[in-house]
Design a protein around this ligand. Sequence first.
Ligand code: NAD
Length: 272
Amino acid sequence: MRVLVTGAAGSLGRVVVPGLTAAGHDVVGLDRSPAPAGEDLPWHTVDCADPDAVAAVFALQADAGAPLAAVVHLAGNPGEGSLAESLTSHTVTTAALLDAMVAHHVDRIVYASSNHAVGGTPRSAAGPEGVVGVGTAPRPDTFYGAAKVAAEAVLSLYADRYGIDAVACRIGSFLEQPTTVRHLATWLSPADCVRMVEASLTATAPGYAVLYGISANTRAWWDLEAGRALGYHPADDSEAWADQIADRAEDEVEAARVGGPFATEEFWRPAF
Ligand SMILES: NC(=O)c1ccc[n+]([C@@H]2O[C@H](COP(=O)([O-])OP(=O)(O)OC[C@H]3O[C@@H](n4cnc5c(N)ncnc54)[C@H](O)[C@@H]3O)[C@@H](O)[C@H]2O)c1
């Protein structure tokens, strides 16, 4: 499948691009940064928040006889910004891609959403299994989380209107290895990240679906069942590092809500 990977120069992109290529997909990179040195993929240096530029990428690919079949949308600022910046980075970019997908009959998108879409959820509100499910109400912890919720809503809207299959992956902490107590619950390993994206790309007719993008962590805070139903079978567990992780004073406050530090007063600021 020919897949446009946005944010291809970023930390997830640099793992997902070779992972999808190894799985046999034809990957086309897109980022507002130029292709990293040595990267020989087809590459578009474009800002995803510019709908005309995004539409031009789809048209160029089609005109070159290499039409896109799916999008993996990883472009976006992974941290907190102003409300306007966050909405542009996450919601506007998603909508620009969806409009181009509709115009070019591309019907699958995998989106890098975030645990911060539900980050305000108290740990005490976890279900009987001790985990938060995909059915929990959106509860952002930051403007970043609010923009992810809005992006998810636009994906759901386009799924209903145009029959697009859209999988929103609420990613935990994408890291080489966990380094804090919270990460023992939230870690997504690089190999599991590739498994997650590949499963979301190839699941049969998911419609609009949400999964939690974490590894099979013994101390997980989110339910993996929805992901497993889509074919995402994580193989790594942060517990392998538990002995090496020292307790910190912040651990208790970071465990109060599933968004961890983003759900603390440190991130409170006015929208304007
Ligand atoms: N890293 C994590 O633990 C984590 C957790 C949850 C969600 N996510 C989400 O995953 C996605 C990727 O995160 P990352 O850690 O790889 O971030 P990153 O900053 O390492 O990479 C993001 C890439 O996207 C590009 N980019 C940003 N805005 C763009 C735009 N408007 N148009 C084109 N390119 C743009 C950047 O140049 C960069 O190369 C983000 O949407 C982030 O919110 C990441």
